[in-house]
Design a protein around this ligand. Structure first.
Ligand SMILES: N[C@@H](CCC(=O)N[C@@H](CS)C(=O)NCC(=O)O)C(=O)O
Length: 221
């Protein structure tokens, strides 16, 4: 399989963490795509993923799977023993819901902030920007962080009592926040403690170095 991605992007990080959790790195060839050069908006890339975003998983039969959630579900199911996306219907439902919530309320909101209220990927890529919308989304993300802080006051992980795709999605959000120097709200102690804990996982620590760095310098996000 090939993973079209960029080593330090927050969305690619989600899939890289899943790959490491499932010990699948030996089966993957990493294909670097430069966001800052706009390689993800070329006709060749759009033929792989209509949405023009990273990451994209390319299967041996030429099938392309985009969207981090879909890629994670595929990778987790490969060995018939899912650990990240739930085993029971209840686990699957809770994990999908909380992962979606981490996307909607934190990760995607920070992404909109990045693309609209900061220089983003530069003028060649950011052809429309709406700073007011971007700042609203930043505030939405901060509210989302407080929501997850509340969740983590009473349970060890985001969706269940074990590390799952929902945790990975929120980690993606916090990676994005760090890249943009958006601090975690200092009062979110449970969230900070959870983040310190999950950052100790080898899958999270080693996500950038799991592929050989491309010859070109990595770009973010
Ligand atoms: N919903 C998509 C979002 C992916 C996404 O936004 N990826 C970023 C990379 S960190 C990207 O490609 N950004 C470039 C752009 O939006 O122009 C997913 O879950 O895979």
């Amino acid at each position: 399989m090939k993973l079209h991605d960029t080593p330090i992007g927050p969305y690619p990080a989600r899939v890289r963490i899943a790959i490491a959790e499932k010990n699948l790195a030996p089966l993957i060839t990493f294909v670097p795509v430069s966001l800052r050069k706009g390689e993800h908006k070329t006709p060749e890339f759009l033929a792989k993923n209509y949405s023009g975003t990273l990451p994209v998983l390319e299967l041996e039969d030429g099938t392309f799977i985009a969207e981090c959630t879909a890629i994670t579900e595929y990778l987790d199911a490969l060995d018939g023993a899912p650990t990240l996306t739930g085993r029971t219907p209840r686990e699957k439902g809770l994990i999908h819901m909380m992962s979606k919530r981490a996307e909607l309320e934190v990760l995607d909101a920070i992404s909109v902030y990045f693309h609209h209220a900061t220089p983003g990927l530069g003028p060649a890529v950011e052809i429309y920007q709406n700073p007011e919308w971007g700042l609203r989304q930043r505030d939405k993300a901060i509210r989302g962080l407080h929501y997850f802080n509340g969740i983590l006051k009473t349970q060890p992980f985001i969706a269940t009592d074990f590390f799952s795709m929902a945790d990975i999605t929120l980690i993606g959000g916090l990676i994005f926040a760090e890249l943009l120097s958006l601090p975690l709200p200092p009062e979110c102690n449970a969230l900070s403690a959870w983040y310190n804990r999950v950052q100790q996982r080898p899958s999270v620590k080693n996500r950038i170095t799991m592929s050989q760095p491309p010859a070109a310098s990595p770009d973010a996000p």
